[in-house]
Design a protein around this ligand. Structure first.
Ligand SMILES: [Zn+2]
Length: 278
């Protein structure tokens, strides 16, 4: 009964176009009222609307995906620009969101789920990336392990986990006896021991000499740096300015010489020091 007047106003023979026009006019005239009513409706029917959206999405999934794909295809630059400007305007907000999300359980679950579902793909991709960036990664790692930050972290870690570290080392030694025995026979091990010993004697924590550098220097030196004759078996690492008179265990102060030549040098390095003072 109440609807009679309402129905009377609408001509049901209107075409689609006409009805759209009619609706538009009606909306223009009653904007405030319509908006208010629809806001109220949305407020009171949240769940229903959500349900409807969900249903609509499920029913039209393919069409929606297709349409949005098309849109992205045709508006690449626009989308890029829009996202860039959004990012620029909301930097802090985004950072905060990301931080919150990263700390949430949700992200952990999502990540592990994603990992489980794409394990093979991820591993393959990682491997490819690693292979492509080998030198870069090595450089980063070296930079990091030589950094002050890492050294501080490392010594703090050792201090706080002394027992654990010792236990782990003991276990490793126990389980790798043969491997360790083999390692102790290598040139690399002997050179690294030399390096450590000299470093300790020089009382320097800072040195630019690595085991790798020593191995290289050794293989490059074919003649004794003191007498100039060919080097054979008995070779010593010599500090030009001896450690016991304050010489440093650094690249610029070392050379490979005959053991005999090394032992014949005066212990205080007066052969070199006097020469330098002249
Ligand atoms: Zn010599």
């Amino acid at each position: 009964m109440i609807q009679v007047g309402f129905i009377k106003n609408i001509d049901f023979k209107m075409t689609k176009e006409e009805r759209r026009e009619y609706n538009k006019e009606h909306y223009k005239k009653n904007k405030g009222k319509v908006n208010e009513r629809s806001r109220e409706y949305r407020q009171n029917n949240k769940d229903k609307i959500k349900e409807w959206h969900k249903e609509h999405y499920i029913k039209n999934k393919d069409r929606i995906a297709e349409r949005s794909r098309e849109y992205r295809q045709n508006n690449k630059d626009k989308i890029k620009e829009r996202s860039r400007s959004y990012h620029n305007k909301n930097k802090d907000k985004i950072k905060e969101y990301q931080k919150q999300y990263a700390q949430s359980g949700k992200s952990k679950i999502a990540r592990s789920k994603y990992y489980q579902n794409n394990k093979y793909k991820i591993l393959k991709k990682n491997k490819k990336w690693h292979n492509k960036n080998k030198d870069k990664i090595k450089g980063y790692q070296k930079q990091y392990t030589e950094s002050e930050k890492f050294k501080i972290w490392q010594s703090k870690y050792f201090q706080e986990n002394k027992g654990k570290v010792a236990e782990r080392a003991r276990e490793y030694r126990q389980n790798n006896k043969d491997k360790i025995k083999e390692y102790h026979k290598t040139k690399k091990y002997r050179v690294s021991i030399t390096n450590t010993r000299h470093k300790r004697r020089a009382r320097t924590k800072q040195t630019d000499i690595t085991t790798k550098y020593l191995l290289e220097l050794k293989s490059k030196t074919s003649h004794c740096e003191i007498c100039g004759k060919k080097l054979k078996d008995n070779i010593h690492l010599d500090h030009i300015i001896p450690l016991n008179v304050g010489g440093l265990h650094i690249k610029s102060n070392i050379r490979y010489v005959h053991a005999k030549c090394n032992l014949q040098r005066p212990k205080n390095g007066s052969d070199i020091i006097q020469f330098r003072l002249l």
